[in-house]
Design a binder for this molecule. Structure first.
Ligand code: FAD
Length: 393
C-alpha cells in the first residue's frame, strides 16, 4: 500500500480519528489517509439498516448523543441535524418496572407508597446511616472500602438490593462487595420526577443516523479511506516526517511489552420479531442476577419520527464479560495494576514524536462521543497543527 503522498495517517475511523482527518483535510488542506481494520467507518458509533427488519441499528450498542459543549455541538451541526429524542431508561427487577436513574417515581415504587422529596430523603439517609454504623461496628472504619458500601451510602439498602446489586454483579462478574469503590462515582438520586437519563443541555439522535455523519466528515478530495487495513500491516511504510494519529489499543501498539490492559467487553444477541413493538422503549435494564443479560435494546424507539412501516423490530440482548485479547475492548477496568501498566506505555509514547495517541482505546479511558470529538478538536488545534507547521512533503 502506497503512503507516500500523505501528510497524516489516521488509524481508526471512529469519532476521534474522523474529527482529526476532517480538520486536517478541510482546515489545513493537507492529505490524509484513514485506515480502519474493520470493514466500515464510524468506530463503535457505527449504525446500519438491519436487512431483516428495515430498522436502523447500532451494531455496538445504543448510542445517544448528548453534550454540554457548545463547541462540539456547533461542530457536529456541519454534518447532521439532530432530532428532539430524549433518552429514558427503565429497569426490570423482581417482576416490576422502575424508572432510572433513581428518582422520586423509582423510590415511591420501590417502597410501595407515594413519597414527598423530604420523606424520600429521610428514608434513604436513615438506611445509609444504618449501614455506615453497622460498618463501623464490624470494621472500625467509616470509609467506603468497596463498591457495595459506597452504593449503599448513596441510595440506601432497599434500592441497592433491588436495582444495583444484581446488575453490578452481572456487569463485573464479581460480587460488588469485592469490587473497588473507585469504579463508580456517587450514584445519582433525584428527589423529583425528572426521569431524563442525561442532564446535558444538548441531546438528540442524528436525523440520518450515525454512519451518515462519518460519510460527510470523511468526504473530501484530501481524504483517502482504506477499510479492512490493520495499522500493523502498513506501519513499516510510514516515514518519521509523516504524522500518525493512532486510536487503537495502546498496549497493542507497543506489542504488550509492559503487559496487557484490562477491558470489559459485551456480546450482543440479535433477534428480529414480527411485531411493531417489543418492549415499548429503547433500553430496559435487567437488574436481577439470575437473568443472564444486562439490557435489551430496541432500536426503532430511537427514531419515533421515522415511518417504520413493517411490523418487525430488531432487539439486541446485551451480555457483559471480561475481554480476551481477541475481543472488542469496550470499558477500561482500570485497576491499580492497569494504571501501572499504562504509565509504562506513557513513557514509551514520549519516544514516538510522530505518533499522537488518542480516542478511548489510545488513551485507555471511557469517553462518550462528545468527549472523543472534543479531545480530537483540541489535539488538532494544539499538537497536529504544531507538528504540520513548516513541514511540506
Ligand atoms: P472507536 O469508536 O472505538 O474507534 C476506534 C477505531 O479504531 C475502531 O473503528 C477500530 O476498528 C480502529 N482500530 C483499532 N485498532 C486498529 C488498528 N490496529 N488498525 C486499524 N484500525 C484500528 N457514547 C455516547 O456519547 N453516548 C452513548 O450512548 C454511548 N453508548 C455507548 C455504548 C457502548 C456499549 C459503548 C461501548 C460505548 C458507548 N459510547 C457512547 C462511547 C462511544 O462509543 C465512544 O465515545 C466512541 O466510540 C469513541 O470514539 P473513538 O474514535 O475514540 O473510538
Amino acid at each position: 500500500m502506497q503512503l507516500d503522498g500523505f501528510d497524516v495517517v489516521v488509524v481508526g475511523a471512529g469519532f476521534f480519528g474522523a474529527t482529526i482527518a476532517e480538520r486536517v483535510a478541510n482546515e489545513l488542506g493537507r492529505k490524509v489517509c484513514v485506515v480502519d481494520r474493520r470493514a466500515h467507518i464510524g468506530g463503535n458509533a457505527y449504525s446500519e439498516i438491519d436487512p431483516d427488519s428495515g430498522i436502523e441499528v447500532h451494531r455496538y450498542g445504543t448510542h445517544i448523543f448528548h453534550t454540554n459543549s457548545d463547541t462540539v455541538w456547533r461542530y457536529l451541526q456541519r454534518f447532521t441535524e439532530f432530532t428532539s429524542y430524549r433518552h429514558r431508561v427503565f429497569t426490570v427487577a423482581r417482576g416490576r418496572l422502575y424508572s432510572m436513574p433513581i428518582n422520586l417515581a423509582t423510590i415511591s415504587a420501590a417502597f410501595g407508597r407515594a413519597m414527598t422529596p423530604q420523606e424520600a430523603k429521610l428514608v434513604i439517609a436513615a438506611e445509609a446511616d444504618d449501614h455506615v454504623h453497622a460498618h463501623v461496628h464490624v470494621h472500625g472504619a467509616s470509609v467506603a472500602q468497596n463498591l457495595e458500601d459506597k452504593a449503599i451510602a448513596s441510595v440506601g439498602r432497599t434500592l441497592y438490593d433491588l436495582l444495583i446489586r444484581g446488575y453490578t454483579q452481572k456487569q463485573w462478574q464479581t460480587e460488588p462487595s469485592e469490587l473497588s469503590a473507585d469504579i463508580i462515582g456517587r450514584l445519582p438520586v433525584r428527589l423529583n420526577f425528572d426521569d431524563r437519563y442525561f442532564a446535558d443541555r444538548y441531546e438528540g439522535m442524528p436525523v440520518d443516523g450515525y454512519t451518515a455523519i462519518f460519510q460527510r466528515m470523511l468526504k473530501s478530495p484530501n481524504i483517502e479511506l482504506r477499510l479492512g487495513v490493520d495499522y500493523f500491516d502498513i506501519a513499516d511504510q510510514i516515514r518519521p516526517d509523516q504524522l500518525v494519529i493512532y486510536t487503537g489499543p495502546i498496549d497493542r501498539f507497543f506489542r504488550y511489552r509492559c503487559g496487557e490492559l484490562g477491558w470489559r467487553t459485551v456480546d450482543f444477541a440479535r433477534e428480529v420479531h414480527d411485531v411493531d413493538d417489543f418492549q415499548g422503549t429503547s433500553v430496559i435494564n435487567y437488574a436481577d442476577a439470575d437473568v443472564p443479560f444486562t439490557r435489551i435494546h430496541e432500536f426503532r424507539h430511537l427514531h419515533p419520527e421515522r415511518d417504520y412501516r413493517e411490523p418487525k423490530t430488531t432487539i439486541y440482548r446485551e451480555y457483559s464479560r471480561f475481554a480476551g485479547r481477541d475481543d472488542e475492548p469496550y470499558y477500561p477496568i482500570n485497576t491499580t495494576a492497569d494504571r501501572a501498566i499504562l504509565s509504562g506505555y506513557r513513557m514509551m509514547m514520549e519516544k514516538r514524536p510522530n505518533v499522537i495517541f488518542g480516542g478511548r482505546l489510545g488513551s485507555y479511558k471511557y469517553l462518550d462521543m462528545h468527549q472523543a470529538i472534543g479531545a480530537a478538536l483540541k489535539t488538532f488545534e494544539n499538537e497536529v497543527t504544531t507538528f504540520l507547521a513548516g513541514r511540506e512533503l
